[in-house]
Design a protein around this ligand. Structure first.
Ligand code: CJB
Length: 807
């Protein structure tokens, strides 16, 4: 949009007066935030209405991205950026004596996601709008987002995240679009006179699903898409009395009903088998599909054509009940026959798998499922029966094979199997991950449906992760290669020609230095630790999970500490190791690792013998907003998961785009990062995929042998249990047990030696400023393919079959 400074000032003053009956000069920064937020919403609304109308009028095929998490991050800055008015607004506010930065800092970060999966959904929303793809999000409006993490005495403590305490300026409640979702009751098929069967569902509990819509503003284009999040409420029974209602019963139900959208489950890559979680899943799926079908009918399109107007994307298996739910709507409510409904359903739905780890694969106990969703269970039963027929025709009498692949088997409903059978497309999130799905985890399904499998490597929005997070680097890019990269991120490769240019190298280094100073100030303020901006900033930020191996990093630091104590003249470049990570509240071992890192920090940071060669910082409450501060200041990006375990990773891409050099195993999208930057510009270590798979399949790994044969490992592990590290006790013993007695499931010790060497290599590279700056520039300029704009275009053409409306 185009607006002058003068016009904006007038609008802002008027809005302030209207909202608060106050002049700007007497306002608080809190008032300024809400004034600006509501004004933005007004600016956005015209384009929003126009986009919605355009989609309906031209019958555009629309994508609905169903996800149980959307980890959006703050919206004010990104909306200003995408509207193209951030500079104008900033200047105008400055004229009025106000600071845009301070105002932006008032916004709460809505943490409606755990980590990679939820953040990916948010990046896709931004990229779809910015690429002119008619795309909508569909999810849950959790009252409490992911818990706030405090570190108390080195331990993680969880506090509720009440992000809606103040107004959420971005959402619009659409009460008139509310729908009802049915749980519990009895469901059966009643024979009709003509011999056909009528589905009956009685005695159910009704929950009102009320949508809250948020605008998703495209970057300097005319597209404003919609994120619809559903709130669970008690229906207004006076409108619709069904038989006799006991008011007390209604009140008793209130808490139970409202709990559906109360809180986000804090588990990452781990299946939570509680009934409330299944309720959440069916709740937002049923509400979303009901509203989609209603909209489709309102627009006058035939239901038989639904798949030509609508694509529903199932983000991991959490929304898998979308498959039977669409069948239910088409058959029970619209009177369609099974065969046609199935054809439409399969052609409407597509599915992304985000992990191969078995503990994350969703399966529901039959009894629990049947009780909560009796009608849906009947439909899944029929899907399973028909699927078994297909399997029988292929595998004949091989019952084992049929049970292995069935949807309902062994007392469980297996959601991934339902997703593969019930959709037309199944994708992994990086090349290696997709290959592992095809050759290992989902091999049988790949043999059955080879045409459904495809890869879509993840991406990140370069608008949030470069333009907003690193304005200085963005300006330098504009000065050198022009600003086309902002619209076409692959143009970042134009920057490659400056990799040897001493002046540009110096500027890149200076920008990094400035970002490091800002982060150092933040660290001082939050943790009271003084870190040297001249030291190497080596960063490991992501969820705390054994497979992500924060432990390997920490053990290496402990090793360096021993080296210094043993040899006071030990030569190393000063290093600042930065961690940030939340552990799932019930994940005991992950919490012990947090305590271990903090104890190590306390001891090393305060040991005068270290002479500040090592500093360790654990920043609490990792979030999108914190990531925006940490990543641009990072130099070494730790991506050290056990090979085969990290499906893709996405922070790896954000670091690279900001000029950090990756220290990586050949896992997930690290493989593709290597392909892009080439061996000289990344440091690779650790076991190969084949070695890992071989050990998992055939055994033969003995971590104790390493402990006994490698003196460095012995020294490090012994110091976990012999009182050397003052702040830990049981934690050290548990870590020792995990690594030695339980044989180190994630090969921490197996990779220790090559990790130490890789760290050393990184340090040597850093010493040579020319080489390092060249590597940094290579990384920045190779990162464009990892923009999620590229990814969503691949989904649009390869999976969803949607048109790009305008850019
Ligand atoms: N992932 O964040 C989650 N949660 C899960 O339950 C399963 C997977 C992550 O998804 C990201 C987006 O695809 C991946 O980059 C990451 O490797 C994976 O762990």
């Amino acid at each position: 949009m185009i607006i002058t400074k003068e016009q904006f000032k007038k609008d802002f003053e008027k809005k302030m007066l209207k909202l608060y009956a106050q002049e700007v000069e007497d306002s608080t920064v809190h008032m300024q935030y809400f004034t600006l937020g509501y004004l933005m919403k007004e600016y956005i609304s015209e384009g929003w209405a126009k986009t919605t109308n355009r989609y309906t009028k031209y019958g555009e095929k629309q994508v609905y991205y169903f996800s149980i998490e959307f980890l959006l991050g703050r919206l004010l800055a990104s909306n200003l950026l995408n509207l193209g008015i951030r500079n104008t607004v900033s200047d105008a506010l400055k004229d009025m004596g106000l600071s845009l930065k301070e105002i932006e800092d008032v916004e709460v970060d809505p943490g409606l996601g755990n980590g990679g999966l939820g953040r990916l959904a948010a990046c896709f929303m931004d990229s779809m709008a910015s690429s002119g793809i008619p795309g909508n999000g569909n999810g849950i409006r959790y009252k409490y987002g992911l818990f706030q993490q405090k570190i108390v005495d080195g331990y993680q403590v969880e506090l509720p995240e009440n992000w809606l305490r103040d107004d959420n300026v971005w959402e619009i409640r659409k009460s008139d679009k509310a729908v009802k979702v049915k749980f519990y009751g009895d469901a059966w098929m009643k024979p009709r006179e003509d011999g056909s069967l009528e589905p009956i569902h009685t005695d159910y509990q009704e929950v009102l699903a009320v949508p809250y819509d948020t605008a998703l503003v495209g970057y300097e284009n005319k597209t404003v898409n919609t994120l619809r999040l559903w709130n669970a409420e008690v229906p207004n029974y006076t409108d619709d009395i069904q038989g006799e209602l006991n008011f007390n019963k209604v009140l008793l139900n209130k808490r139970e009903i409202e709990s559906i959208s109360e809180v986000l489950y804090p588990d990452d890559s781990h299946h939570e088998g509680r009934v409330l979680r299944l309720k959440q899943e069916y709740f937002f799926v049923s509400a979303g599909l009901q509203s989609i079908v209603a909209q489709h009918k309102d627009a006058g399109h035939p239901l038989s054509e639904l798949h030509n107007y609508v694509a529903v994307h199932i983000n991991d298996t959490h929304p898998a009940v979308a498959i039977p739910e669409l069948m239910r709507i088409l058959m029970d409510e619209e009177g369609m026959e099974w065969a046609e409904a199935w054809h439409i359903t399969q052609n409407t739905m597509s599915y992304t798998n985000h992990t191969i780890m078995s503990e994350a694969l969703e399966k529901w106990q039959i009894d629990l499922f049947k009780e909560l969703l009796p009608r849906i269970y009947l439909i899944i039963g029929e899907i399973d029966r028909r699927f078994r027929e297909i399997l029988s025709s292929k595998f004949g009498e091989d019952q084992n094979q049929i049970e292995k692949m069935a949807i309902i088997s062994g007392g469980y409903v297996r959601m991934a199997h339902l997703c593969i059978h019930g959709t037309h497309s199944v994708n992994g999130v990086a090349k290696l991950h997709t290959e592992l799905l095809k050759s290992q985890e989902l091999r049988d399904f790949y043999m059955l449906y080879p045409y459904k499998f495809n890869n879509k490597t993840n991406g990140i929005t370069h608008r949030r992760w470069l333009m907003l997070a690193n304005p200085e680097l963005s300006d330098l890019l504009d000065e050198t290669i022009g600003n086309s990269w902002r619209r076409n991120p692959q143009d970042l490769k134009l920057f490659k020609k400056y990799k040897r240019d001493p002046e540009i190298q110096k500027k890149v280094e200076q920008i990094k230095r400035n970002n490091k100073e800002k982060l150092a100030a933040y660290i001082k303020e939050k943790n009271g630790i003084i870190v040297d901006p001249n030291s190497i900033f080596d960063v490991h930020v992501k969820r705390l999970h054994a497979y992500k191996r924060q432990l390997l990093n920490a053990l290496h630091i402990l090793h360096q500490y021993h080296e210094i104590l043993e040899n006071p003249n030990f030569e190393m470049l000063p290093k600042t190791y930065i961690f940030a990570a939340k552990a799932a509240p019930g994940y005991y071992f992950a919490k012990e690792i947090i305590k271990f890192i903090n104890a190590l920090a306390e001891q090393i940071n305060n040991d005068p013998r270290v002479e500040d060669r090592i500093k360790i910082v654990f920043l609490e409450n990792y979030s999108v907003t914190l990531a925006e501060q940490i990543i641009p200041a990072s130099e070494v990006s730790e991506q050290i998961s056990t090979t085969t375990k990290e499906a893709s990773g996405t922070s790896n891409m954000k670091f690279m785009m900001n000029g950090a050099v990756t220290l990586a195993t050949l896992d997930g999208a690290n493989v593709e990062i290597l392909e892009e930057v080439g061996h000289p510009n990344i440091v690779i270590f650790g076991m190969t995929e084949k070695e890992v798979l071989n050990y998992y399949r055939n055994g033969g790994y003995n971590s104790r042998e390493i402990y006994e044969s490698d003196a460095r490992v012995k020294r490090v592990l012994d110091s976990l249990t012999n009182g050397f590290i003052k702040g830990i006790q049981v934690e050290g013993q548990d870590i020792f047990k995990n690594l030695i007695d339980y044989n180190d499931e994630f090969f921490v010790l197996k990779d220790f030696d090559s990790y130490v060497a890789a760290q050393k290599k990184m340090e040597d590279l850093y010493r040579d400023r020319f080489t390092w700056n060249k590597m940094s520039i290579e990384n920045i300029s190779s990162s464009g393919v990892f923009s999620s704009d590229v990814t969503v275009m691949q989904y649009a053409s390869g999976v969803w079959d949607t048109r790009i409306i305008e850019r």
